[in-house]
Design a protein around this ligand. Structure first.
Ligand code: PLP
Length: 374
């Protein structure tokens, strides 16, 4: 490439197009949306070039719904550590570093710990993660450990982990980077900016899974800010979905023992409860639950018909949309947020697919052809 570049430069005096000029490269979401974010000239920006994720049309889902409804997937599992948590973490860690912190702590169902670890280490900070032992998907735990976090697994659920973490952050010099940290939501609101930048306006519906309900609150903040600035004409109806065994916001009261295959949203007492209720009220939205069966069905449809591998919690947005499809106005635009990458949770994928895996075959073409039915 270097040779081609220099030859072309030599002949034309123009820089080669390969790679493009530096300023057209995505600079990370803080730089791209800097005027919208609480950062100053002296804030050290810790970035892995998160954000700018695809907004992908979903023709198979559109066919299921019909009536000219257009469906888009915000594929946020394509962020650097594989989930939307990176959007919040670039802000939270940058601000922690600006404040002179040397360590951060989070409670996590997995993705927060992966993101916190990656950004903290990149910024030269220590990362501590308190997790519910046995309920963090394999890929997420692997990430947190490889990035170099200290992982503290408790014999308890996420809600207990968060309570401990909050207590620790109050008593010791470690900064909490859960979504109670306001910088997290500031970073995460940029996903709404990206959706509007891509569509030219806000969608009619936004479907999103809810755990602690930080993300739905952040999206709503983003949509409102763009609307106020005249960058969109409308505001979406915000549809938040929870797993039926872990649906405190749908039930209206905390769930002591949340249970769902979607471990990222296995949360019984959401930290952003009040904010979430405001979002529903202000947007005229709806909260509903979907069963683990609905979630797994949507998870498989996304993979086998759209070619998109998301994690189970993310599929709750699509499961919810399909369940409430008849309520979607004709020709409306719907965005489903796919919060995390399917590779995070290989166990669920291996145990829940309709494909054939033929094992122990002799290494012979005739044997393989016969199994293929040829
Ligand atoms: C964190 C997370 C959620 C839930 O987001 P909240 O902001 O807690 O509502 C959903 N899906 C995935 C993959 C997550 O990592």
């Amino acid at each position: 490439m270097t040779w081609v570049t220099s030859l072309k430069q030599l002949l034309t005096g123009q820089p080669a197009r390969t790679g493009g000029p530096a300023q057209t490269c995505w600079p990370g979401l803080v730089e791209h949306y800097r005027p919208w974010l609480p950062v100053g000239g002296s804030t050290p920006i810790i970035t892995l070039l998160e954000g700018n994720t695809p907004l992908l049309r979903a023709p198979a889902l559109e066919k299921r719904i019909g009536r000219g409804v257009r469906v888009f997937l915000k594929v946020d599992g394509l962020n650097p550590t594989g989930s939307f948590k990176d959007r919040g973490m670039t802000m939270a860690i940058s601000k922690a570093k600006e404040a002179g912190a040397t360590a951060v702590i989070c409670a996590s169902t997995g993705n927060t710990s992966a993101a916190a670890a990656a950004y903290a280490r990149r910024g030269g900070l220590r990362a501590f993660a308190v997790i519910p032992d046995g309920y963090v998907a394999k890929g997420k735990l692997a990430q947190a450990l490889l990035y170099g976090a200290d992982v503290l697994a408790i014999q308890g659920n996420f809600d207990q982990a968060l309570a401990i973490t909050q207590d620790l952050a109050e008593r010791y010099p470690v900064i909490l980077v859960n979504s109670i940290n306001p910088y997290r939501l500031q970073g995460q609101k940029t996903a709404a900016f990206e959706v509007v930048d891509a569509l030219g306006d806000a969608p009619d519906w936004l479907c999103i899974p809810m755990g602690n309900a930080g993300n739905i609150s952040a999206y709503w903040m983003g949509f409102q800010e763009y609307r106020k600035a005249g960058l969109s004409r409308k505001l979406p109806l915000m549809c938040g979905f929870q797993a039926s065994g872990s649906a405190p916001l749908v039930l209206g009261s905390p769930v002591a023992n949340p249970a769902t295959i979607a471990t990222a949203i296995r949360i019984g007492n959401p930290a952003n409860w009040g904010k979430a209720l405001e979002v529903r009220q202000e947007s005229g939205g709806r909260f509903a639950s979907v069963s683990d069966g609905d979630i797994l069905a949507a998870y498989q449809v996304l993979a086998t018909e759209e070619g998109v591998f998301c994690e189970p919690a993310s599929a709750a947005s699509v499961a919810g949309m399909l369940k409430h499809a008849t309520a979607i106005p004709t020709e409306a635009q719907v965005v489903c947020v796919l919060t995390g990458n399917g590779l995070k949770d290989p166990t669920t994928a291996l145990e829940n697919n309709q494909a054939n895996l033929y094992r122990d075959l002799a290494p012979e073409v005739d044997v393989v052809a016969q199994v293929m039915g040829l």
